[in-house]
Ligand binder design. Sequence first.
Ligand SMILES: Cc1cc2nc3c(=O)[nH]c(=O)nc-3n(C[C@H](O)[C@H](O)[C@H](O)COP(=O)(O)OP(=O)(O)OC[C@H]3O[C@@H](n4cnc5c(N)ncnc54)[C@H](O)[C@@H]3O)c2cc1C
Length: 575
Amino acid sequence: MSTKPYKDFSPEWYQETAPNRSYRSILKWGDPNFHKIPKEKLFKLVKAEFGLTDEYFQQKREMGLEEVKYDIPSKLPKEQLDALKTMVGEKNYSIDDYDRLQVAYGQTMLDLMRLRKHIVENVPDVVLYPDNKDQIEKVVAYCAKNKINVYVYGGGSSVTRGTECMKGGVSLNLQRNFNKVIEFNEINQTITVESGMMGPTLEKILNNAKENFNAKQAYTCGHFPQSFEYSAVGGWVVTRGAGQNSTYYGKIEDIVLYQEYSTPIGNIKTDRTPRSACGPSLDHIMMGSEGAFGVLTHVTLRIFKYQPENRYKFSYMFKTWDDAMTAVREVMQGEFGLPSVFRVSDQEETQMMMRMYGITDSPLDSLLKFKGFKDYEKCLLLGFTDGEKQYGKNVYKNIRRVCKKYGAMSLTGFVTKSWEHGRFTDPYLRDTLQDFGIMIDTLECSVNWDNMEQVHVDVRKYCKARPKTICTTHISHMYPQGGNLYFIFITPLTELDEFKAYHKGILDAIQRSGAAISHHHGIGKLFAPWLEGYIGKKEMGAIAALKNYFDPDNIMNAGGTLGLDLTEKQKVFTK
Ligand SMILES: Cc1cc2nc3c(=O)[nH]c(=O)nc-3n(C[C@H](O)[C@H](O)[C@H](O)COP(=O)(O)OP(=O)(O)OC[C@H]3O[C@@H](n4cnc5c(N)ncnc54)[C@H](O)[C@@H]3O)c2cc1C
């Protein structure tokens, strides 16, 4: 991507396509040919915060450009491998080292660090690329009978070691072939798809519903996680993800209508009706199961009218974090309708965004200073509305009213447009900076309003106790009762043990502060030791009983997922 050339020193950012079959081709985020480099002002901020010199940026580190090579043979007996090959067909079967590593690691920082260091572990024995539900059902039944471990790889964007094959066995890569539309139903306003369908494919199909299905109008899926371009519908559902527009459309669990799973005890189907009172909701039991109960095969989603022309964009600057938080809570509790994207940045993030979006040193920056909005005190709110025109207008007008009440200055929709421009591409910066040993990672948690500031203070305190660390935070995915606090930490860090200790400390701080350890990233194997400490022992017993019912031999995503097969010693209790 072309960024304005730097006026002063510029590092030689790596902007080439990663070599074929290299570690880098697995670790690199997104489009192999797309690269993003920081704007000069942001680069200077990073340099200044970390006290780094131009010399530091002369040398790149651990790039992962070498070809993937390791010595972990496929352990399944030939007769089982042959049986699995017959089920999916030769072209949908691989025991190639590269293919095995590619599905084992996702986008967890630990994965990226291990790949840069050529550390290979926990790969499956075989990768299968099923074409249809029938094949998945046969594979799962065969594996259940023969006690072969089964893992699932959707988009591979997990940040919780979700896809890692701790016990070897089979990995089902659903992305390549299991991605077709099963049914579009305009009367019910739903679409049913195979779970390996990637976000952009789904959205394009819905936006072009008139051409594709002779529909009366265009639709949208309403679910746009930052990883949207490189994640799949199944991954969204089983991790209980949230899109950036979730304040209006809801989390994925609000969007799912119906699911089918292939489990070791057979196929499981949920209720197709919009709401029911037929006992506990199987839909909710299965959502969030992260491949530990079975493979999500078909999923039916509610869809929404696609009407971007009705969007009202807004951005406001507040003098203080307190004002900003009070205002967004009042909006969320206003009962006049909900914005779609709605996110407010804390003081440190606002400073960073001003640089990223070209406001620092602009006339707008001068005006803000003139009006008393101080650096490292002011806080940025941005967002837009979705839905019917008058609805959006009403929400927009009310947001303006509330923001004015708390002394905010309107920055028009300009900042929101800049944010939109980078909303799916900012993660590319992670690879660019990590080439120089600077790590960017994130953690997020769900918090009630009455505890929001405490969590913010506690977690930041821990993050910032590490010298030379930028820690920015925003509240997004808001509700009348609270929202998601999202922490981004940036620091020079290249050693695995150091990373693990720091990461553990942040999760401890989140849990101690009373927040839920995940609002939308899921639990995976990485957060698993904290789960029981958060939900409680008896409550954990309910999840374990379900696991035992669906998967009595623990073959589905075994090795820590959801904390289901951890020893007492491995669990973290902080409450
Ligand atoms: C840069 C970046 C930004 C992100 N932003 C967001 C965000 O805004 N919101 C958000 O919610 N998340 C976000 N994430 C996290 C991640 O994208 C989500 O968890 C996503 O829902 C995972 O989908 P996936 O298809 O990539 O799943 P995968 O990574 O392939 O798998 C995730 C887990 O689900 C299991 N799984 C996948 N498909 C199935 C299936 N069909 N049946 C059973 N189990 C299955 C896997 O085994 C694994 O345990 C982000 C990640 C990155 C790297």
